[in-house]
Design a protein around this ligand. Structure first.
Ligand code: UT7
Length: 336
């Protein structure tokens, strides 16, 4: 069987830094609460006029360059996001056009915080079967345009930031140790409403429930809502189990893992996962203090940050793990 590997990674964040103090001026929250409960110090916000597909472009270009390829070498595009540009078509269509890559098949993938891991699984499957040679996988989010900046939204609003990450998944040649080894994905739709944004309801007529003569979506449907404690509890258990499954499938001990790159939702979640796995603190990558939760972008962004810091190097045994809305969760084990 053809082996698949990550041949390049890239990231991009908007320039605008939003501190906890800035949010505290708008909402009933504080720097102290946000840092203690989440580990977040600041996040980035995209300017008005910037869409998710636009934010993704520099990240994708960086990943293609890192892979030593050009746009012409990419034969499939996967775009993972929970903040798509529009209802339809998918952000992959807008992104493909802006990248000037007309003709390359492109699709959206909607599995929220686990989007990058589902995307790696699909991309690696395409490469392993010989269907495509170089798949561009993007995880990108513009959360900040769809957050509730009133006190009612403070539990969700302080967590999220904007950002984009990308990877190219390519054929791994015989002499190359880099390989995507295993994929353990899960979902449990019984918890779909534990973290969701329900702007429209296609079962309703009209599908957007208008309020008053100006056609305003009611506040409870306009913003994301979350049962934070429930998500937290399931995340700690699900992420540990997904790492353990991957270790078992690859006959690895926890001590064999060089680097754990978890989805960045809450520093406390990731610390509890590491403690539960008995993984030393220096083997985990944290970026949440700088970027908050960037959902589908968080893992490729964390990989880029770790590579820039010299912590992620070629040949390392790397475990990726995520949990989020859906619920969806899983792990991918790779030699970088
Ligand atoms: O990407 C994956 C999806 N998301 C997650 O994984 C998030 C998972 N959940 C969490 O990270 C945590 O549950 C939160 C950070 C969201 C909340 O932390 P918590 O320790 O679970 O707090 P809590 O929800 O139990 O709320 C504790 C208190 C409440 O006040 P009372 O009832 O004790 O008076 C909240 O109203 O904190 C209050 N609170 C806030 N206070 C200041 C909630 N949000 C805020 C806020 N600032 N932003």
């Amino acid at each position: 069987m053809v082996r698949a590997r990550i041949s390049g990674i890239g990231m991009h964040v908007p320039e605008r830094v939003v501190t906890n103090d800035e949010l505290s001026a708008l909402l009933d929250t504080s720097d102290d609460w946000i840092r203690k409960r989440t580990g977040i110090g600041e996040r980035r916000y995209a300017d008005e006029g910037v869409s998710t597909s636009t934010l993704a472009i520099p990240a994708a270009e960086a990943a293609i360059a890192d892979a030593g390829l050009t746009k012409g070498d990419i034969d499939f595009i996967i775009f993972a996001t929970l903040s798509p540009d529009h209802h339809f078509p998918g952000s992959s269509s807008y992104f493909q056009a802006k990248m000037d890559m007309a003709g390359v098949p492109a699709m959206d993938l909607r599995t929220q915080c686990t989007g990058f891991l589902y995307g790696l699984t699909v991309a690696a499957s395409f490469v392993r079967t010989g269907l495509y040679k170089n798949v561009l996988l993007v995880g990108a989010e513009v959360h900040s345009h769809a957050l509730d900046f009133s006190d009612a939204g403070r539990d969700v609003t302080v967590l999220f930031g904007d950002g984009a990450g990308a990877a190219v998944i390519s054929v791994s040649h015989a002499e190359d140790p880099s390989e995507l080894h295993s994929f353990h994905l899960h979902s449990d739709g019984r918890y779909a409403s534990s973290l969701c944004l329900e702007v429209w309801d296609i079962a309703a007529k009209p599908y957007i429930q208008h309020e008053g003569q100006h056609g305003v979506v009611p506040p409870q449907a306009r913003w994301p809502r979350m049962n934070g404690r429930e998500v937290f509890r399931h995340a700690v258990v699900g992420m540990q189990q997904a790492v353990q499954e991957a270790c078992q499938a690859n006959e690895l001990g926890i001590e064999d893992i060089d680097l754990l790159v978890p989805h960045q939702a809450n520093m406390r979640i990731n610390e509890l996962v590491a403690r539960g796995l008995k993984l030393p603190a220096e083997k985990i990558v944290h970026t949440i203090h700088r970027y908050g939760n960037t959902t589908a972008a968080s893992i490729p962004m964390a990989m880029c940050q770790a590579a820039a810091d010299g912590r992620l190097q070629r040949g390392m045994k790397v475990m990726l793990v995520a949990f989020g809305s859906g619920f969806t969760w899983g792990s991918v084990y790779l030699t970088y």
